[in-house]
Design a protein around this ligand. Structure first.
Ligand code: NAD
Ligand code: ZN
Length: 248
């Protein structure tokens, strides 16, 4: 880690740079959305890794849907926090801005953030499990709770699946391509992600190799802490509020 300071960051942000922000579950922690690895991350004693996979769904679609139905109801009751607000403001203020989010909760979208690249899809989207010809690839459905589980495809009567990227599945190539392009920026923030899930972590490397000023905001050290120019240890909602106040 170099000796860059908050003042260095503020100086760069004052020069209307191309800013890209990568967010993870920590950004939504203050809103009450459980992270995958923190307290409250277990559901009925299952770990996310046991449920968020195509094979878990193939084995027991009802069980996996019960988990998503519960998560959708939790998120529906949560409110975006100050971190979501500040990022949304930046998305409108900086002409060249991208947000790459690993979050599937839709809270960035709820505060009208511009230019959101959803790395892992959204719990508010669904698709036909067998991919019938009449159905779109994916569509929005905010029914919560569903009257019966698993919900059925309105096109073929088969079962629906959540519109998220599961462990072992690949990220939409277009989203990946746009995210890699966005990482080639002037100031790159990585906020509230444990950064263990690739290729999200590699975006930090792409940004650094491009010469971006890289900043991590997290309550804990992570594998990328040693790689970035500036570590701002603290809660995203507090640190982003401080940056926004200092930017005036
Ligand atoms: P993670 O649970 O692995 O890590 C969360 C990180 O946030 C940790 O490093 C933790 O130290 C940090 N953190 C906790 N509270 C914070 C705060 N207030 N401010 C700043 N940092 C804070 O989450 P991840 O890295 O995003 O990876 C998990 C995967 O699970 C993601 O790819 C995502 O698709 C999915 N997920 C999404 C949500 C969501 O949409 N909100 C929630 C859980 C998991
Ligand atoms: Zn169908």
């Amino acid at each position: 880690m170099s000796n860059a300071s908050l003042d260095d960051l503020l100086g760069r942000m004052g020069a209307t740079p191309h800013i890209t922000v990568l967010t993870g579950a920590g950004v939504s922690a203050a809103s009450g959305v459980p992270t995958f690895r923190g307290d409250g991350s277990l559901w009925k004693n299952y770990r996310a890794e046991d449920l968020a996979t195509p094979s878990a769904f193939a084995r027991d679609p009802r069980l996996v849907w019960e988990w998503y139905d519960w998560r959708r109801q939790v998120v529906a009751m949560c409110q975006p926090n100050r971190a979501h607000d500040v990022i949304a403001r930046w998305s409108h203020r900086y002409g060249d801005f991208h947000l790459v989010t690993q979050n599937v909760d839709g809270l960035h979208e709820r505060v009208d953030t511009w230019g959101v690249l959803r790395f892992h899809g959204s719990v508010w989207e669904v698709s036909c499990w067998r991919g019938c010809d009449d159905a779109p690839t994916r569509w929005w459905d905010d029914t919560a709770p569903f009257p019966s589980l698993p919900p059925h495809c309105p096109h073929c009567g088969g079962i629906l699946r959540p519109g998220v990227v599961w462990f072992g599945e690949s990220i939409d190539p277009l989203v990946l391509e746009e995210s890699v392009a966005a990482a080639r920026c002037d100031v790159f923030f990585v906020i509230g992600t444990s950064a263990v899930v690739h290729p999200a972590a590699s975006l930090v490397e792409i940004a650094r190799d491009h010469g971006a000023f890289t900043v991590e905001v997290n309550t804990e050290p992570t594998p990328v802490s040693g790689m970035v120019d500036l570590v701002l240890q603290g809660a995203a909602e507090d640190v982003l509020d401080l940056i926004e106040q200092r930017l005036g």
